[in-house]
Design a protein around this ligand. Structure first.
Ligand code: UDP
Length: 318
């Protein structure tokens, strides 16, 4: 297929672009390089630098594209609490420009990077796609608004849309991995301690109602996540908007993650307890039963493998 990948210079977008190319697809990446890196775009993909507002229409018009995979977004919860307008503009505003450009160009298939943050504080675990969506921050709210727009574009304009609600993505795929300028995620921060670029890791809160007091998250390997995108692409059905959770279905606490990082790296990794981070739910674990049943997806990589691949990637960068 001829595909447009927005945000293909970022962490997840670059991994999925590499997998799409390997599967024989033709890929154009559209990325403004605000947080991505031009050298992260896999060889064989064409890179167009620009925002969706400026470039989606000229790239799509007459380009013969069959589908779009939409990764481009601002994705830091904390930043979204400080700058909600930025998140509404860059996430929802840019996405609406993309949807209109698709409609005008007659491209009606889209796979969208949604998020577990659309659910907010869960009432029960594991989280099902039918659970209430009550985001607790502008990041999750802006992503939920895009999901709503996708439902209406499916209903009114016959789009075939699939939203994948990611839980905690980790790991790397060869030379494609996490290279955030501001790193807030747990696993890269813990590995930075093992690599000697940070003195110790802060555990945000040890008084949560969990067995060891630290927050529990559902970690999914970026390669398993990528495989789900390839399946989702085949599942775009005109007139339908399908939503799937993507996680492993198993939760690991912050302490457990640090312990796995110690085992993988052989480094003691000093850790200290710090105050809770605002907006963190105690437990976020996905039910991925729906995507397993409907698309035949299955996670293949465990937390050890995620940490080992992220560690190999980090060392290759030095
Ligand atoms: N966390 C932590 N120390 C860090 C980074 C994260 O204790 O340096 C915790 C965070 O509070 C959360 C979990 O690790 O409970 C996962 O956080 P992350 O930012 O990786 O992903 P999120 O769940 O926020 O999407």
């Amino acid at each position: 297929m001829k595909l447009l990948v927005t945000g293909g210079a970022g962490y997840i977008g670059s991994v999925v672009t590499a997998q799409l190319l390997e599967a024989g697809h033709e890929v154009t990446v559209l990325d403004d390089l605000s947080t991505g890196h031009a050298d992260a775009v896999p060889e064989g993909a064409r890179l167009v630098r620009g925002t969706l507002r400026e470039q989606a229409a000229p790239v799509l018009e007459g380009g013969g594209f069959q589908a779009v995979l939409h990764f481009a977004a601002k994705s830091l919860v904390g930043e979204s609490m400080e700058k909600p307008g930025l998140y509404w503009d860059r996430n929802l505003g840019e996405s609406l420009a993309l949807l209109e450009a698709m409609r005008r160009a007659g491209v009606g298939q889209i796979v969208f990077s949604s998020t577990a943050a659309t659910y907010g504080e869960p009432q029960s675990t594991p989280i099902l796609e039918t659970d209430p969506t009550r985001p607790t921050n502008p990041y999750g709210a802006s992503k939920l608004a895009i999901d709503t727009a996708l439902s209406e574009y499916a209903r009114m304009h016959g789009f075939g849309a699939v939203s994948l609600r990611y839980f905690n993505v980790a790991g790397a795929y060869g030379r494609f991995g996490e290279r955030h300028t501001v790193e807030t995620h747990l696993i890269p921060n813990v590995l930075a301690v093992a690599a000697g670029t940070r003195p110790s890791v802060k555990m945000f809160g040890d008084d949560y109602p969990t067995a060891d007091g630290t927050c529990i998250r559902d970690y999914i390997h970026v390669v398993d996540l990528g495989v789900a995108h390839l399946l989702a692409l085949q599942a775009c059905t005109p007139g339908e908007h399908k939503i799937f959770n993507l996680g492993n279905g198993n939760g690991f606490s912050v302490r457990e993650v640090i312990e796995v990082c110690r085992e993988v790296t052989g480094h003691p990794i000093p850790a200290e307890v710090a105050p809770r981070r605002p907006g963190d739910p105690a437990v976020l674990v996905a039910s991925s039963q729906k995507i397993q049943a409907e698309l035949g997806w299955k996670p293949e990589h465990d937390l050890h493998r995620m940490v080992a691949d992220a560690w190999a990637f980090l060392r290759s960068q030095r």
